[in-house]
Design a binder for this molecule. Structure first.
Ligand SMILES: [Zn+2]
Ligand SMILES: [Zn+2]
Length: 281
């Protein structure tokens, strides 16, 4: 069996396409944790002993569990409290008790289980906005200082491409790594991690879990053309999309999900999906 390219001691279990490295699980974990640490530093939102809410996103629960494991690893040095927001329908899943067991030794933990009353299928953008509105709502009631929203760099690229291809500039807010204007503010701890590495890490840690809802992806073919074989292209498109999004200062921000809107205080996505129920009081 091939040895890990980094430590050269343990057996490699995963080949990361983006770097070409064959890695053992503990080196993969260290590398991904470093990326999460960098995203936390960039966001400038966390203090020692922060109360951080992390949702298990119904559309990508395995990515969410991988992110939670990485955050607990990084935050154990800072005495943080992680508040896990878990959809009612996933509460009995064995991967949920597994993640709780994995992280409670590392950080202070609070668990809240809430219904996720979303239509089963939606577009990528409306699904992300609904999940964000749900997370922000429960973050306020659990007195969290910040929301860590687990979404991979690949998924942010996908929504960004979808926005550009359809000329829908409102949807570019989904490619921003930090939303400073939401209450509480929200950041993406996995902005530097591609979805394949997150999925592999979840799988290798035994945290597999099927999504509760799926979304239709309009930009799948153009995205696939830049992912995988040409990871450096994925990086540069991510940077371009973020740069365009950060220049769009003329658009309003939805009171419920924090996304860009050109149609009043509540965006059209939140009106359509019924996320208006999460209106802040
Ligand atoms: Zn190694
Ligand atoms: Zn909205």
């Amino acid at each position: 069996m091939h040895k890990c390219d980094v430590c050269r001691k343990k057996d490699a279990v995963y080949k990361r396409i983006y770097s070409g490295h064959k890695l053992c699980l503990s080196c993969l974990e260290k590398i991904l944790a470093r990326s999460v640490k960098r995203a936390i530093g960039d966001s400038n939102l966390l203090d020692p002993r922060s109360r951080i809410l992390v949702p298990v996103r119904p559309s990508e629960p395995a990515h969410s569990l991988a992110t939670i494991a990485l955050l607990a690893r990084v935050e154990q040095k800072f005495d943080a409290t992680l508040i896990l927001l878990i959809p009612q329908d996933l509460w009995n899943h064995p991967s949920i008790s597994k993640i709780i067991g994995l992280i409670e030794r590392r950080v202070s933990l609070e668990v809240i289980v809430k219904e996720f009353p979303m239509p089963k299928t939606a577009t990528t953008i409306s699904c992300l906005r609904y999940e964000r509105a749900w997370s922000l709502y429960h973050a306020r009631s659990s007195n969290a200082a910040v929301v860590a929203f687990p979404i991979s760099r690949s998924c942010m690229n996908l929504t960004g491409l979808e926005a550009l291809l359809s000329g829908n500039v409102e949807a570019l807010s989904e490619s921003l790594p930090v939303l400073y204007w939401t209450k509480p503010p929200l950041f993406v701890p996995t902005i530097y991690i591609e979805s394949e590495a997150l999925a592999a890490y979840a799988f290798l840690k035994g945290l597999y879990i099927d999504p509760l809802c799926g979304f239709s992806i309009g930009a799948k073919i153009p995205l696939l053309s830049i992912m995988g074989r040409r990871p450096e292209l994925e990086f540069s498109s991510n940077k371009t999309i973020m740069r365009i999004a950060s220049k769009l200062t003329g658009l309003g921000k939805c009171r419920i999900c924090g996304g860009f809107t050109s149609s009043g205080v509540v965006c059209r996505y939140c009106s359509e999906t019924g996320a208006s129920r999460f209106f802040p009081v």
